[in-house]
Write a protein that binds this ligand. Sequence first.
Ligand SMILES: Nc1ncnc2c1ncn2[C@@H]1O[C@H](COP(=O)(O)OP(=O)(O)OP(=O)(O)O)[C@@H](O)[C@H]1O
Length: 299
Amino acid sequence: MTDVILTVKHLNKSYGHQPVLRDVSFECAQGRIVGLVGANGAGKTTIMKAILGLLSTDGEIQIAGETMQLDHHPILATVGSLIEYPSLYPYMSGWDNLRLFADGPDAQARLAAVVSALNMTDYIHQKARHYSLGMKQKLGVALAFLNQPQLVVLDEPMNGLDPQGTKELRDFILAQKQAGVTFLISSHILSELQKLADDLVIIDHGKVIEKTTMTTLLTTTDHFVIVKTDHDGQAKAALVAAGYQVVADTAVKVHLAPDHQVADVLHVLTSHGLTVTDVQHEDADLESTILNLLATTSA
Ligand SMILES: Nc1ncnc2c1ncn2[C@@H]1O[C@H](COP(=O)(O)OP(=O)(O)OP(=O)(O)O)[C@@H](O)[C@H]1O
């Protein structure tokens, strides 16, 4: 059985009369990357802060089986995090910022490994106040990994990173996952989360509306076939007449219901004397799937 590293149970939080978390419960299993997804203001940062003992909520949080208490949480020594913006000492170098927080006899070696993996070697000895947003972000991520955490909580870790930095961070996170680290990651960049997350917790207005795996979500998602023919107008008409849903404003893009086969679509076209010149598959991505889900839930 897979070990559960993080358990969030029945979290409730209000600011004044405004509830911002409503009975939030989910788990993160060891070695999984769990994506926390929701619109602005859905409650992601609040959940992460609660997990890290940074704010009080009703409910319970367990890390590696230990119940967190706001005033007693030694288990947090095994948790790395980056929430919102990293707090750095601007007049110290990146290296010295990291050294402040690195524990243990092999701290120097671990620090060097993280700096190298995140490709920060060129500027790590410059003062942090000269860093760009992306450089600061990487330093904040490096801080989260310094002390060999078993759980890492990252709020928008790709903030400010260029494509190269994004890929380096993605590769680093995946390597850490291979080594058994568990992640809870929020990101608005759903295309990026799609490349990383194993599991998803989707929240809307402080409530969990879906807990699923990435694979399940993407296999139950919409599939389309896009065909090119010698007469697209006739092709659309023929497909609609045969009961297919043709997505408007594109070429000939047909929604494939689970019982629809591409061969049947092609048969409709050829039986109307149309010549098919190209066929492409298109699957809905994480972004459109989640937008659909949120629209359905709030409808
Ligand atoms: N200190 C606070 N006082 C009052 N309301 C707050 C406070 N902090 C957060 N909120 C409210 O709680 C709700 C959840 O905020 P939270 O920052 O957790 O959302 P989020 O999902 O992380 O959003 P984003 O994607 O924009 O970062 C929002 O409506 C926000 O306005």
